[in-house]
Design a protein. Sequence first.
Length: 488
Amino acid sequence: MTKQTLDIVWLKRDIRLDDHAPLYNAELSSNPYLIIYIFETSIISHPDTSDRHLQFVYHSLLDMDNQLKYYNRSTTKFYAEAIEVFGYFEEHYQIGTVYSHEENGIQKTWQRDLEISRFFRKHGIVWKEYQRDGVIRGVKNRDGWDKNWYITMNQPIIENSFSKSSIAFSNPFPLPKNFLLRVQKYPKSFQPAGSTNAWKYLKSFCEKRGHFYHIHISKPRQSRESCGRISPYLAWGNLSIRQAYQFIKSHPNLESHKGARRGILTRLKWHCHFIQKFEVECAYEYRCINKGYELLQRDNSPDKLNAWKEGMTGYPMVDACMRAVKQTGWINFRMRAMLVSFLCHHLDQDWKNGVYHLAQLFLDYEPGIHYPQFQMQAGTTGINTVRIYNPVKQSIDHDTDGSFLLKWLPELQKIPVQYIHEPWKMTSIEQELYDFRISHDYPAPIVDLKESGKAARDKIWGHRKHPLVKQEQQRILRTHTRRQKTTD
Ligand SMILES: Cc1cc2nc3c(=O)[nH]c(=O)nc-3n(C[C@H](O)[C@H](O)[C@H](O)COP(=O)(O)OP(=O)(O)OC[C@H]3O[C@@H](n4cnc5c(N)ncnc54)[C@H](O)[C@@H]3O)c2cc1C
């Protein structure tokens, strides 16, 4: 019996219907095609992944299905290894072409891609991969990278159209019941998933929300409203960077808010800049960007690590940020940087001890940004200025009235505002007066900031003189420059 010919669009971090080259090219071909997403068992059990990511993906697919209904299409969702899925297709169909975006992911997904590529070659299956956003595969250095980025961003948006499908496909690897139960629920405290919501957020940012973007960007409370909040949509591909770039650039309401517009457009470039670093060396998930820092000895106290993870360090801004991100999946850049800085410098922990914890909590987890940024804040790149944040100063400067702290640390509500940033400074009489006991109602500070800050500075700057660190600096500069300023 002759097998039915079929093309496949393999969705990865590109769960949307517009500005989508794989879908566009599948539509151009005369073969019928299926749109698939694979919840890959070995990939989703990697320690970077959490239920909130899977829920976001699942609900993004439902949003896509809703839009595809008219065309008698929907995404086919598999629960299996990619090799099993393509093995099944190969056995039962004549696969023409598989279309996908390039995945700028972790080592594990890269190795899976190599395995799939070998499989396709063996069976004469064509795999067409398209560039994801402004990230270029196979570059050896950054010559001409910026120029290319602008060219890509200014190219016309791909306007996808869809034919009606008549394929009847019976899924041999459907989502198991227990997995469905995990992903079907969607906590209200997270940003809602899918392209429809992505556009709502992007529009509200441009129309009004983002007009004071650059003024509030460092403030943990105000930034929740005035930042773009498009990161989960970009990370899972509900929006392309080009869609966001062109929409923001030409939005009339931002004409008179040039600081805001410039600020967010610059960061869209940083998005690709960081992923490009990771695309060149995805081993940054496991090892220091500057290998010389692998030799740095850390205290790695498990109690301190746990206190950080639980938001119980006794430093209100650290604890409020950790609890906010646990509950909502988002905090602003500065506070992410502060959390990592506190972990690695003040608590003297190896960055690897905390990197998956935050990866799991960030709804916008994007490996290409997460690992390089984490290491920048941990001071293990050897080329960036090491910034050791003082959480009390951050708190006083950026949440002066303590409203963010009070939202996330209700136990501090009893105490006068003047002590909110440093509750341990209350005398025992005051503690009695306000019925608030430090170490009982809220932890005492886990470290002495002055001492831990000095020790950290001596350690990290001292290590910069190590010959291996210096040698590595040269290699990193050759590969990843032009360097960019990426603080707020
Ligand atoms: C330790 C650490 C880990 C991080 N992990 C992630 C991550 O996993 N995923 C992620 O998207 N961002 C990450 N960031 C970068 C940044 O904090 C978030 O992109 C930003 O807070 C997202 O909110 P927004 O969409 O409102 O950003 P906006 O300020 O509105 O910016 C718009 C977009 O630009 C990009 N962007 C903004 N700031 C940066 C930056 N500093 N570097 C690179 N791209 C940027 C993001 O795609 C963002 O959505 C991390 C930062 C740090 C310090």
